[in-house]
Design a protein around this ligand. Sequence first.
Ligand SMILES: NC(=O)c1ccc[n+]([C@@H]2O[C@H](COP(=O)([O-])OP(=O)(O)OC[C@H]3O[C@@H](n4cnc5c(N)ncnc54)[C@H](OP(=O)(O)O)[C@@H]3O)[C@@H](O)[C@H]2O)c1
Length: 162
Amino acid sequence: MTLGAIWAQSLDRVIGDGQGMPWHIPEDLKHFKDITMGEPVIMGRKTWESLPERFRPLPGRENFVLSRQAAGAWSAGATIIRELPIDGWIMGGGEIYAATVADADVLEITIVDATFAEELGDRAVYAPEIPATFTLDEETDWQQGETHRFKFQRWVKIQPTA
Ligand SMILES: NC(=O)c1ccc[n+]([C@@H]2O[C@H](COP(=O)([O-])OP(=O)(O)OC[C@H]3O[C@@H](n4cnc5c(N)ncnc54)[C@H](OP(=O)(O)O)[C@@H]3O)[C@@H](O)[C@H]2O)c1
């Protein structure tokens, strides 16, 4: 398996408000589940805490949580790690995506057809810029979700030619 990152972002790259995501798109949650099922998922402590308690740990996947804190009742069901593993799915949040995007082999990105930066102001958490080492491999048409239109993109790392 390789290292992948998976996120949903608005047109202005917002991924959250520090606590959750400012949209509700069940089709995107299903897409996330389909891609990550059976594989390790890796997330920052704040993203772990943003998951509703009844949904964590995410079932069918080994849950790794990056934190400098000691494991405890708060992390029940997850494995606390201090360093990033070399394979699995990076699933947020902003701090973890920014630290790992350059090392990923594939990016699964959902684009939500809305902007949020102005509305959220200082609370907005952002996806990283996609490094120039990636190329757009696949993109769906726009689809109508519960609260917003969305489309899926898959970016892959350009392999250097010998
Ligand atoms: N739209 C999406 O696809 C999506 C996906 C995921 C999350 N989100 C959103 O993103 C937001 C959360 O993102 P965030 O940037 O605030 O936080 P985050 O990246 O989820 O977590 C940050 C935490 O990770 C730990 N950490 C970071 N680097 C580390 C390192 N090198 N070693 C050990 N631990 C490390 C620290 O935990 P400690 O403080 O415990 O040490 C840090 O406070 C929420 O709004 C969430 O809803 C959106």
